[in-house]
Design a protein around this ligand. Structure first.
Ligand code: CDP
Ligand code: MG
Length: 739
């Protein structure tokens, strides 16, 4: 830390900051010519030093303008907003004048498509209208699905507040591993995945009077599957009302799918948004985004900033960079409030994005895609869009699935830009060129169902008794080979028999709200008598990338602390070790702090673990412990993840066993230096290469023990001339019976 202090006020860093701000003044052209000339010199310098220039060219105007009258109205309401009571705020929303018409339409039609601009009040208001119109009588509920956990939680909190209820009573939410509802709950927000699981316990969803499939335009896998299921139950439940709500212009498509259901349009208000592009592509979009925030902060009139990043890591990086730079600029700039929002952010910190910005200050919200349409943050006038999001991509040939940072679609980019024009005219800075927008971005995002592993959904549908998946009523069917591969994988896991029917094991696997490989691993732990350890590992994997804390200014300490947890066997064992040590300290916060462990993640892991343990009773597995037998623990993991096997080849690279794809051990892994011959990985993440995250060492012989129906001895020769242990000769049916 001394080093930093020694740099003094005239350090390179500070000069650099000043130059950036100089560049900012320049590019927005807000100064008189004399000053401009001065700054021009600075910019030159800046070019030489940084060789990195951000200058925006105004190239396009957002479509859609607004009449002066409407503008006046809204500007007025904005000024008064602080004084407005909840009721008045509700009345100011675009949906409010349509309340009566909407309720009439709902009365008249069983299925209704609702289309309205983001922020018009669909998610927060419609359930309240339904409540007041009597749809929540006699123990009936209104259910509203959200593709994202954070949205379900935050919207439920907001609606509870608007209605004057305590969250979890009349208004509640349900997300995976967290149920905040009670007997009294009549308005229930939930993730689309949770409603899917409700079909398992209540196949006709008979306690719901209305189902709102919200954010339908997002076309998540679970929402797409829900479309088929709710369309089906609506046929034999004429009393059920179905609302499909969407922010964009897909309404026609939804209408067609739901037998030409009528579309109810809520006219939006959108102010013009000026769009700026960079002149040249940005090499480092996080840095570019940070610089742009400071540019806006120093040169632009009041108004909050929204930055779209792809995930937690990027958001944390950007947040640290912003804090450091604003700290260095000190009192030269006005206060900048940094508010991150992403799925894993603890809920008490999430609400920070909605806190009103104090006068004179500026708020910058660093968000994932969640702020694209799911959450509306009032007061945003500037949007910074680097043009990327994280998407899962799936190769149905190799079965390889990974998270990839991908360019957004034009539709997404326009949604993002639109966030700047909700309360008044705004500006959107795209950190890519106008050419790239035109030529490199796809028009629309590919629906998730066409780019993801379907194992989970297929198992669920099979559990619901839907056997013919090829003819399931999909809005856009998944690729045939993806469906076949999912069936094959479930067969290999023992969840389906050779006729494609659910086995007893499959039925038990479906009890767990986790991916089939994980649920298989949990069930296999019975045989290896280590279910306590496997539950811990599953819970830790569910928070997996948020366990270790690695602040930029203490990376060496943090890495040492992390390495102290390493145990032979690999990362899963290490995660278990962290959890067990934490338990020994009686869940101490101090211990977490000292060991660079994120306390909140640990708490969440404990919650997840408790719930999984509760489910063990349902599948009648006694929880047994065997912490020192890491061979058994790793065999149980192998029983679920034998698909994810990689082998070290002669050239010193890892390759997947079945498809011979090159994959690398993630540098954070405890196996990064060990490089054992045979490994199993938990997941792949694609950054510059395919990285395996969470890796354990295994022996090739185990693969025949746990997946004799999948691997042949020949595939598993390790090249050392050693003979493989004999195949046990077990058939798949035997294996199924074993569990
Ligand atoms: O669903 P839609 O995009 O049509 O709008 P909404 O989410 O119902 O948002 C309506 C209003 O509620 C917006 O002005 C939001 O800013 C506000 N809201 C809020 O203040 N806090 C939340 N947690 C959610 C919404
Ligand atoms: Mg909404």
């Amino acid at each position: 830390f001394e080093e930093e202090g020694a740099k003094g006020p005239n350090s390179e860093q500070q000069k650099w900051e000043e130059l950036h701000v100089g560049a900012a003044l320049m590019s927005f052209g807000a100064k008189d010519s004399k000053e401009k000339a001065k700054e021009k010199n600075k910019v030159k310098e800046y070019d030489v030093i940084m060789d990195e220039e951000i200058e925006f060219v105004q190239a396009l105007q957002m479509p859609g303008t607004i009449t002066d009258k409407a503008k006046e109205e809204v500007e007025l309401s904005e000024k008064q907003k602080k004084k407005l009571s909840i009721k008045e705020t509700q009345r100011s929303l675009p949906i409010y004048p349509f309340k009566g018409g909407l309720l009439e339409a709902i009365e008249q039609f069983q299925v209704l498509i609702i289309e309205g601009e983001t922020g018009s009040g669909k998610t927060t208001q419609i359930p309240q209208y339904l409540y007041k119109a009597g749809f929540c009588k006699d123990g009936m509920k209104v259910g509203c699905t959200q593709p994202r956990r954070v949205a379900a939680m935050s919207v439920a909190a907001r609606v509870a507040e608007e209605m004057g209820f305590k969250l979890g009573n009349e208004v509640g939410y349900s997300i995976r591993f967290e149920d905040c509802t009670s007997e009294r709950t009549v308005i229930k927000y939930m993730t689309d995945g949770m409603l899917l699981r409700e079909f398992l316990t209540e196949p006709d969803l008979k306690t719901y009077s209305v189902l709102i499939i919200d954010e339908a335009h997002e076309r998540t896998l679970h929402t797409d599957v829900l479309f088929g299921l709710v369309k089906d139950i609506a046929r034999f439940r004429p009393d059920l009302k179905l609302l499909i709500s969407s922010a964009t212009l897909d309404a026609e498509k939804f209408s067609q799918f739901f037998d030409d259901a009528p579309v109810f349009r809520i006219p939006g208000r959108r102010f013009p948004v000026d769009i700026y592009y960079t002149k040249a592509p940005e090499a480092d979009y996080i840095d570019a985004a940070v610089v742009s925030v400071l540019q806006i902060h120093c040169t632009q009139p009041e108004g909050d900033v929204l930055v779209f990043l792809t995930g937690q890591e990027e958001i944390e990086t950007a947040s640290e960079m912003l804090m450091e730079r604003t700290r260095k600029l000190g009192s030269k700039i006005k206060e900048l409030i940094i508010a991150p929002i992403y799925a894993n952010l603890p809920s008490d910190l999430q609400s920070k994005i909605f806190d009103p910005t104090p006068p004179g200050a500026r708020k910058v919200v660093l968000a994932t895609n969640i702020a694209e349409t799911s959450l509306t943050i009032d007061g945003i006038k500037y949007v910074i869009d680097p043009g990327f999001c994280k998407q899962n991509s799936y190769n149905a040939r190799t079965g390889m699935e990974s998270l990839v940072v991908t360019p957004v679609s034009k539709a997404s980019a326009n949604q993002r830009a639109g966030r700047a024009g909700r309360v008044s005219a705004g500006k959107c800075f795209r950190l890519y060129t106008a050419w790239a927008y035109k030529n490199e971005l796809e028009d629309n995002t590919v629906p998730e169902i066409q780019r993801t592993n379907l194992g989970n959904v297929v198992l669920l549908l099979k559990s619901l008794g839907i056997n013919d998946l090829i003819h399931f009523d999909f809005m856009d069917p998944p690729p045939h080979e993806t469906l076949v591969l999912a069936l094959e994988q479930l067969y290999a896991l023992g969840a389906l028999n050779h006729k494609g029917e659910l086995t007893k094991l499959g039925r038990r696997m479906a009890e767990f709200p986790v991916d089939p490989m994980l649920s298989k691993m949990i069930l296999a732990s019975e045989r290896y008598k280590c279910s306590k350890e496997i539950l811990t590992i599953t819970a830790m994997l569910s928070v997996n990338n948020a366990v270790f804390y690695r602040p930029k200014d203490k990376v060496v300490h943090a890495d040492t602390a992390r390495q102290n947890f390493f145990l032979p066997g690999g990362d899963h064992i290490t995660l278990m070790n962290v959890y067990n040590q934490w338990e020994e300290t009686a869940h101490s916060t101090q211990w977490c702090f000292e060991n660079f462990i994120q306390y909140r993640s640990m708490k969440r892991a404990r919650d997840v673990r408790d719930q999984l343990e509760g489910l063990m009773e349902r599948v009648e597995i006694e929880v047994t412990s065997n912490p020192l037998d890491t061979v058994s623990i790793r065999k149980a993991i192998t029983a679920g993840f034998f698909y994810h096997t990689a082998k070290l080849d002669k050239g010193g690279n890892y390759r997947t066993v079945k498809h011979n794809q090159t994959v690398m051990v993630h540098p954070n892994s405890s196996m990064f230096e060990d490089r054992p011959k045979w490994i199993i990985y938990h997941e792949l993440v694609f950054t510059t290469k395919e990285f395996m995250r969470q890796v354990i060492e295994i022996e090739n012989g185990w693969l025949l023990e746990v997946a004799p129906h999948y691997y042949k001895a020949k595939e598993l020769e390790d090249g050392s001339g050693r003979k493989m242990p004999k195949n046990t000769g077990k058939t798949r049916a035997d294996v199924t019976r074993t569990y």
